[in-house]
Design a protein around this ligand. Structure first.
Ligand code: NAD
Length: 350
């Protein structure tokens, strides 16, 4: 067993029902005096309650999914103009993503307060979209210095978005089992992430305002993101990045739809990983377990429901083919990708 695993330097605080006080403590530890608070309009009310007593120099509300470069440029200019010394992001992956775009060019530290299960806060991966193409990269400057998790902040996340976002976290786990840099540490985190998510997410559906299911799901989402941060993007993520960048499909829902098709495709080629995932899902096979979970939470079903047209499948397949990760457990042809994408488009059996 020979591998190199890099553990990312980050302070992670789980603070149920006490994000405001915890955030103030963490900003104090950083000795930040001029904060740029990034929170979209939808997360504005949540942010109001968290930053009232902080040294805020600037509130920035222009957030857009997949971080268009022009949105990033405006945020970077605003940060510079106001002489901020730290960034506080309060929101989902899009908000964290914008803070990362600012940190990438400024080196400013980020304190992230996530309000979805996207997991971007635990990775050093940034993403920017320009002219219909999403570019991602890895840079230690964008890794948030501190993450403050408070599951009560997710109680306003609508159930449909909670499901999609929770399945995005499941996708981090599954893809981490075969991604290019996967190692035994990532796989241990991923399997435990699946365990937490498959029990937490149905609880969120049964009791959307309850804390227990949200906490378990949030913890699973964090484990998933740490695994993904180390293992890198596998075939599933490459497919979703292409679809998000080229067709502006919603991130979490796209992950939720595509995952069973990639698991059906790759799963048989990784029997050991498949067995471990099946055990974590408590099901005869990983795919059975995922499909059971998807049925229980009424998961998003088809890419056509999110705006992809059947006529766009061939071009998407071409674009994914150029990005197939090295070392994918089985060979991937253009025909394979057309088949996977077409099935996901129509919501067919995987
Ligand atoms: P998002 O941040 O766009 O949020 C989805 C919607 O939910 C938005 O309308 C938002 O305003 C709303 N929302 C968020 N939190 C809420 C809350 N608590 N209550 C009510 N509404 C709330 O979506 P996302 O799925 O969290 O993130 C997607 C983005 O994150 C994509 O751009 C994706 O590429 C990126 N991402 C990056 C990484 C990484 O490692 N770099 C990992 C995961 C996702």
């Amino acid at each position: 067993m020979r591998f190199t695993h890099e553990t990312l330097p980050q302070r992670v605080v789980f603070a149920p029902s006490s994000a405001a006080g915890t955030l103030a403590d963490e900003v104090g530890r950083l000795e930040a005096r001029r904060l740029m608070v990034i929170a979209g309009e939808a997360e504005g009310a949540l942010a109001d309650g968290l930053v009232a007593d902080l040294p805020v120099a600037l509130r920035h509300t222009e957030v857009a999914m997949h971080v268009p470069v022009e949105v990033a440029d405006r945020a970077r200019a605003a940060a510079q103009q106001h002489g901020v010394d730290a960034l506080v992001s309060i929101g989902g992956g899009s908000t964290t993503g914008l803070a990362k775009a600012v940190a990438l060019t400024s080196g400013l530290p980020i304190v992230a307060v996530p309000t979805t299960y996207a997991g971007s806060e635990a990775t050093a991966v940034w993403g920017l979209t320009e002219g219909g193409r999403k570019t991602t990269g890895v840079d230690p400057r964008v890794l948030p210095r501190v993450v403050v998790y408070d599951a009560t902040l997710l109680s306003t996340l609508p159930v449909g978005l909670s499901v999609a976002s929770g399945l995005n976290a499941v996708a981090h786990c599954v893809d981490s089992m075969w991604a290019p840099r996967t190692d035994p540490v990532d796989q241990a985190l991923a399997v435990e992430g699946i365990r937490a998510l498959r029990s937490g997410l149905p609880e969120v559906i049964r009791d959307p305002r309850g804390l227990h299911g949200r906490e378990r799901t949030l913890c699973g989402a964090y484990l998933a993101a740490v695994a993904f941060a180390s293992a890198g993007s596998g075939l599933h993520h490459k497919i979703c990045h292409v679809l998000g960048g080229m067709y502006d499909l919603p991130h979490a829902q796209t992950h939720a739809v595509v995952l069973p098709y990639v698991l059906a495709f790759n799963g048989p080629s990784v029997p050991d990983a498949e067995r471990r995932m099946a055990a974590a899902f408590d099901a005869p096979s990983a795919l059975d377990g995922l499909q059971r979970l998807r049925a229980e939470v009424d998961a998003p079903r088809a890419l056509r429901d999110y705006g992809l047209r059947a006529s766009e499948v061939p071009a998407a397949a071409d674009a994914v083919l150029r990005e197939v990760p090295p070392g994918n457990p089985r060979t991937v042809t253009r025909d394979d990708l057309v088949e996977v994408l077409h099935r996901a488009w129509e919501g067919a059996e995987p």
